[in-house]
Design a protein around this ligand. Structure first.
Ligand SMILES: [Zn+2]
Ligand SMILES: [Zn+2]
Length: 264
């Protein structure tokens, strides 16, 4: 007995997978060439079912699929066609990537980390960024001003840093003066008295509070004291330190007062 679905009108074809009866044209079926029979024939499943089959195959043969494409993508023909595809589907690709990133945050994190750790990739990205910036000057400055508005504190601190750097370049401290300062304190930290070869230039009045980068404002200090004092006032900070010594405080004061007197 014939079912309704077995009656296929001329020019139509039944899909072997989904059973739909569709026009036997390349719009619905993929046409393949059969060498032995020297003729074209339509595949037994429709295009939509073909996609489902391919997807299932790719999922079951991930390695084979990857290998095939990594080899195939090296050919000039593939490169050309991939380029054409990318140009024609820019928005679709963007959306697809965005969706993938949202769905796989862990994978993306690992991938990004691996890229950041590869110097070649980093250089490649930097070069790309430089090129992009050079070609999008207006966009970059609009983005920067927008960004600055949202990060006021950060940019205020950066501006302060720049001003300090500028002051440093206006430094009047000479190498012999720095040598003289270290010698005066016996190559020890002026604050705690520790002997160290790594003496840092400590500003009695911090640069951030208007102190000068000049001999009469600079003391040799160990790394620890320099970072502990940071931008505190000498008179308040020093007295609270466990290594405070009135004798050393007087030596510091005399040293500074002498320099100030000769500088003015
Ligand atoms: Zn089908
Ligand atoms: Zn010290």
């Amino acid at each position: 007995m014939l079912n309704q679905s077995d009656i296929i009108p001329k020019g139509y074809k039944k899909c072997s997978d989904c059973g739909r009866i569709l026009p036997e044209t390349t719009e619905y079926f993929v046409s393949n060439y059969n060498k032995n029979r020297n003729r074209y024939y339509y595949k037994c499943h429709c295009r939509e079912c073909g996609k489902v089959r391919s997807k299932a195959w790719r999922e079951n043969n991930t390695d084979k699929y990857k290998n095939y494409y990594s080899e195939h993508n090296k050919t000039a023909q593939a490169k050309e066609s991939n380029k054409r595809y990318k140009e024609a589907h820019r928005e679709v690709i963007k959306e697809r990537k965005k969706e993938y990133r949202q769905k796989n945050p862990d994978k993306i994190k690992a991938y990004d980390k691996q890229r950041r750790e590869n110097p070649e990739t980093v250089e490649h990205i930097n070069a790309m960024t430089r090129r992009w910036r050079a070609n999008n000057k207006e966009g970059v400055s609009a983005y920067n001003s927008q960004y600055a508005k949202g990060n006021k504190d950060y940019f205020r601190a950066a501006a302060q840093k720049r001003r300090n750097a500028k002051k440093r370049t206006e430094s009047t401290l000479t190498a012999p003066e720095w040598e003289r300062a270290k010698k005066h304190f016996n190559y020890c930290c002026a604050y705690c008295g520790k002997k160290t070869v790594h003496l840092e230039q400590e500003h009695l009045i911090p640069l951030s509070k208007g102190g000068a980068y000049a001999a009469y404002n600079i003391l040799p200090a160990c790394k620890s004291c320099n970072s502990k004092k940071h931008d505190k006032e000498f008179s308040e900070w020093y007295k609270t330190q466990p290594f405070y010594s009135e004798e050393r405080e007087n030596i510091i004061k005399d040293y500074i007062n002498n320099l100030v007197a000769t500088a003015l």
